[in-house]
Design a protein around this ligand. Sequence first.
Ligand code: AHR
Length: 507
Amino acid sequence: MSKKSFLAVERNLVLSAIDRRLFGSFIEHLGRAVYTGIFQEGHPSSDEDGFRKDVLELVRELDVPIVRYPGGNFVSNFFWEDSVGPLSERKPRLDLAWRTLETNRIGLDEFCRWAGKAGTDVMMAVNLGTRGISDACNLLEYCNVDASSRYASMRRRNGHADPYGIKLWCLGNEMDGPWQHGHKTAYEYGRLAAETAKAMKGLDPSIELVSCGSSNANMPTYPEWERITLSETYDLVDYISMHLYFGSERLDDMPSFLANSREMDDFIRTVTSACDYVKAVKRSPKTMNISFDEWNVWYHAKAHDDDKMANDPWTVAPPLLEDIYNFADALVVGTMLITLLKHADRVKVACLAQLVNVIAPIMTSKDGKAWRQTIFHPFRDASAFTSGGKVMYPISHGSRYSSKYFENVDTVESVAVLSGDEEIVTILAVNRDMEDTVELEVDLRSFGDKASVVFQSEMAGFSLDQVNGEDAEIVHPSQVRTAKVNGGKIVIPLKKTSWNVIRVQVG
Ligand code: AHR
């Protein structure tokens, strides 16, 4: 008998509207993300500012509403003043995080210009590693204040009359990590973040702030870190951050690797609980939301990177973290996107880490083209087809499996999103089964019996180790018409190891 999964979509059971910023991304001054990534003077596709137009086109295709900048670990020794002003006066600085030389040719004014061209907002991080409250406030003044004060005047002198009005700010990065320059205990960070938040919001009450959460669920201080830091910051910040990368830990068992998003789901549930615990202790009416501002798969280039940083430091924009993603990675990214959507009631911001060349959906060749990695496609599909919609309460059951590292995994991971105009239900689904097609039956009867499929695509039929390259983007979705409508029910055969999009007209 064929394997089956069921998904019921109940018209009145809306989990949450999707915050557009759930499909954010990240550019760090790391490797070739900036230099020979978004920016390359003299490249045939560069524009008048030196930004690569081929990259800009792919970023627009990905439809990214917000990009976190300038790090990451880089921010913990970032001296933002070095990155602004006349180019001839900018001094290179050693980047302690990645052991490279930062030329400061591109700084925050240029990045804001690039973001405008890419049609995306900036999410700015302040250095709470080697610097502190006053530098964070100076940066905020430079970016957002319209007064005759020192740093606002500096911005105007640098040619930017109007403030940038950057809304979302990270209070440092991964401050729980011993690798971080200026690493702190939970209590030290909580106090510093609270005082920085107080000063920054005093300067510009319109901003939103993200307090650092744990760098991953295996940190020895997790989840005490969340409890202790939030006890200090709860009333002053708007989000707590989460970061998660899936490495090679479960690669020895592919059914487990494909089930990795289970860990993401548990992690979100625990952090949400920690937030709600502090809310209760404080008798606070406020609900703390989550900024999942780094997530991805990351393992392919690690050995090369460790060797490069240890043995050949202080070079400019060397290739680092250039993971070449395969089809299995794209399926994991698909399940991570579905997991984020299923928590859209609490996860309001998320950033695929990163955007170009560094663990990225978009790659560039220095002397050639920009191209799409395998993971580009599930991200683009989710961003393009569900933004502006409402996630429907997940009601599903069906085929399950147990693997070396997980028990009772849903063979099909799926989510349904109703469009803002309530005309279309989009279903995103990954079939994790490595042998068989699984039939997904979607019950849409609460919308009446007029449902009709208006679009269907699948990314299927590739070997799990298939990658894309500059000359051959082999892994990509194809449109298909295999879904069958029966009254208000749709039956979709989901091929083995596949990423699927089905859009159904219901209005
Ligand atoms: O995204 C790469 C790095 O991963 C970031 O700099 C850091 O925040 C995380 O550890």
